[in-house]
Design a protein around this ligand. Sequence first.
Ligand code: SF4
Ligand code: FES
Length: 332
Amino acid sequence: MKVTIDGISVEVEAGTTILNAARIIGGDIVPPAMCYYSKLKDSGGKCRTCLVKVSKGSEKDPRPMPKLVASCRTTVMDGMEVQNITSPEVIEARKGIVEMLLINHPLDCPICDQAGECHLQDLGFEHGAVKTRYEFDRRTFNKIDIGDKIQLHMTRCILCYRCVYVADQITDHRIHGILNRGDHSEISTYIHAAIENDFSGNVIDVCPVGALTDKTFRFKNRVWFTNAVEAHRDCDHANCNGKVTLWYKGEEVLRVTARKDVYGEVEEFICNTCRFDKKKTADWVIEGPRKVSHKSVISSNHYEMLNPPPVVKNNPVLIEANKEQFERETRL
Ligand code: SF4
Ligand code: FES
């Protein structure tokens, strides 16, 4: 099916969402996504950051869609025309969504462990208003230990459901979820029971904000003062390929995470042994420095050659390369 996004056309398979069609094109026209996660089935449709305008429904029915639609949940039609960064209406709506997401989110980036790799921080920087209009008390919660390695700070949660999908789809059994409704919704283990399974640490990597953090790394360092390298080990867990990113400060491995793609989504989930128990260089085969987007604050203070994201201007070669990368990185 042929779809045109911000004036750039691409052919995609039937059933592809607008968001994934945009990711095949790549570059600045890709809508942000706070709840959709390419490796988690059925994710998306919660946060509305990916809203776009469908200015032409399809070749057969060219009428525009009456409202902005969530691009992560709307599949393309042949001949569809979509506007993202070329629509002032979309940019205005996104600003409103950011304001909405920040209604209950504390502006505590200076003391938050997620700072520097927080999607809401980036979104706020790109689309946020200078001041909030909200005058009421924000929701606050006490911090909760989910096991001895994961800290839940619900005050920062934006209820994207990603961690719930990880627990549902990646781990053996889920004992946490979203309780209650509306303004009372919260992530909880209900009886605050520890999550005990080999893949529980992945909830940290999928959380787009600082609600779920790694207790073995918390407050040890700012992420932009660390050096990230790609490494692997021969992991004996059947579902873990042992490919990770190691975050160094000097000689010390401060934390281990899964490798993430250009959209900040993990390439492969990793087991807790790789994440929490292998913190020595001798445990790993080092592959080389991790490529960090030149836009990321993590790249500050580093002098490696950084690969800027490709600029796509109706360039079929780049679109084809993005398509191949997209297919490699998308399992579901
Ligand atoms: S804790 Fe994080 S991953 Fe889970 S729903 Fe909240 S924001 Fe999303
Ligand atoms: S990413 Fe589409 S609604 Fe959240």
